[in-house]
Design a protein around this ligand. Structure first.
Ligand code: GDD
Ligand code: MG
Length: 367
């Protein structure tokens, strides 16, 4: 059995990070997100994945080039124009084998055992089985009403607050019969959530399977950071075991450096005297943390430089960005790749700085 992984979206809610890096390639504990997805599919004993690509496909294809996945196959179906979630599945048809198949949204992190959902699907007469998960606020998801037999009664994509009747939502993980492919026109933009699921529901051929395992969509800064914290603190199982204090041997540490677990510090980083790397931070390769600087609860992409006395807390810092001396970046701020934050700036309250923007010293200050 194969899976189609939908990774063609623009990741607009994760901008400015996704201006340069596709959502599937953002790091979690220094491994691109798509790596966790492939492990998830391999753990379910699937034979391979078709990556349904559109926006920024090259970094994803480069990541898999020459990578040995022990016989697990990777194929690419690249769209010239966005085809939507169902269109992306249809575009992957030539790589499927005519059997039932799995579809996953390429931005969900799940700890479930997919094999159980596949088995339930096969026992039923459904053309599609949707995995459901329970969330506090369903309005950002596809709301799914089911009866006691797990037959879907209603599917509402992004319900308004007054339409919320349950906490169960579409987890972005499906098992589909090949007959569903025949319902999707070729080369057209089609949404599985808005067009195909309501049709299957009306036909009585749409079922659900509720999972209570760990689940998170990483598509917003808040949820991406939360997923990173969860991976670092062991809330999500990972294939390669787990260690709270992952510091690569090549990391150079000055005097009085504090590294407080759980953290992950990748190869080639330099931590200068008195620097503190606080719990639940993840530092990419070749980051440089200056004297007495503090990094806490944050994600630093590769090559980030934090100058002396600066503080980064609960924020996401893109590839090669530089934070000047005594600057403060906090409160879920998101900085695009290559930007330079001059000394003494204070960034807060979810501010987003576009890639390669240069902020002169002391030009922004939240007090
Ligand atoms: N190939 C392709 N082409 N992929 C696409 C396209 C497209 O045109 N548009 C979006 N995708 C991919 C995205 O890259 C993402 O991995 C996945 O499809 C879902 O798109 P999102 O934009 O992340 O959707 P969402 O999070 O708002 O909602 C979806 O996921 C929720 C669960 O996280 C829906 O499926 C909801 O019903 C669901 O609850
Ligand atoms: Mg999403």
């Amino acid at each position: 059995m194969k899976a189609v992984v939908l990774v063609g979206g623009q990741g607009s809610r994760l901008r400015p990070i996704t201006y340069d890096v596709p959502k599937a390639m953002v790091p979690l504990r220094n491994q691109p997100f798509i790596g966790y997805m492939i492990d998830f599919l391999r753990d379910a004993e699937l034979d391979g994945a078709v990556l349904s690509l559109g926006y920024l496909p090259d970094p994803i294809q480069r990541y898999f080039a020459g990578r040995d996945l022990n016989g697990f196959s990777i194929d690419y179906a690249v769209e010239d124009n966005p085809l939507g979630t169902a269109g992306g599945i249809k575009n992957s048809e030539e790589y499927l084998d005519g059997d039932s198949f799995v579809v996953v949204n390429g931005d969900v992190l799940s700890g479930m055992d997919l094999r159980v959902a596949i088995a339930r699907h096969k026992e039923s007469d459904a053309l599609a089985t949707i995995v459901l998960t329970s969330v506090e606020d369903p309005t950002a998801y596809g709301l799914v009403e089911v009866d006691h037999d797990m037959l879907v009664h209603r599917f509402i994509e992004k319900p308004a607050a007054d339409e919320v009747t349950t906490s169960l939502v579409n987890a972005g993980i499906y098992v589909l019969e090949p007959a569903v492919l025949d319902m999707i026109p070729t080369g057209q933009e089609v949404s599985i959530e808005r067009e195909i699921f309501p049709y299957l529901q009306a036909e009585g051929r749409l079922r659900a399977y509720v999972s209570s395992s760990y689940w998170r969509d990483i598509g917003t800064p808040r949820s991406y950071l939360a997923a990173s914290h969860d991976i670092l603190s062991g809330a999500v199982g990972t294939r390669n075991g787990f260690d709270y204090l992952h510091v690569e041997p090549s990391v150079v540490k000055g005097k009085g450096v504090k590294v407080l677990p759980p953290v992950s510090v990748a190869a080639g980083c330099i931590l200068e005297s008195g620097a503190t790397i606080g719990g639940r931070s993840s530092l990419g390769r070749r980051c440089k943390i200056g004297e007495a600087a503090l990094v806490e609860g944050s994600i630093l992409f590769d090559g980030v430089e934090i100058e002396s006395g600066a503080m980064v807390r609960g924020s996401i810092i893109g590839l090669g960005a530089r934070i000047g001396q005594e600057a403060i970046v906090r409160g879920l701020s998101v900085l695009g790749g290559g930007c330079v934050i001059g000394e003494g700036n204070v960034l807060d309250q979810g501010i987003r700085i576009n890639p390669r923007v240069v902020l002169s010293p002391q030009s922004i200050s939240y007090s």
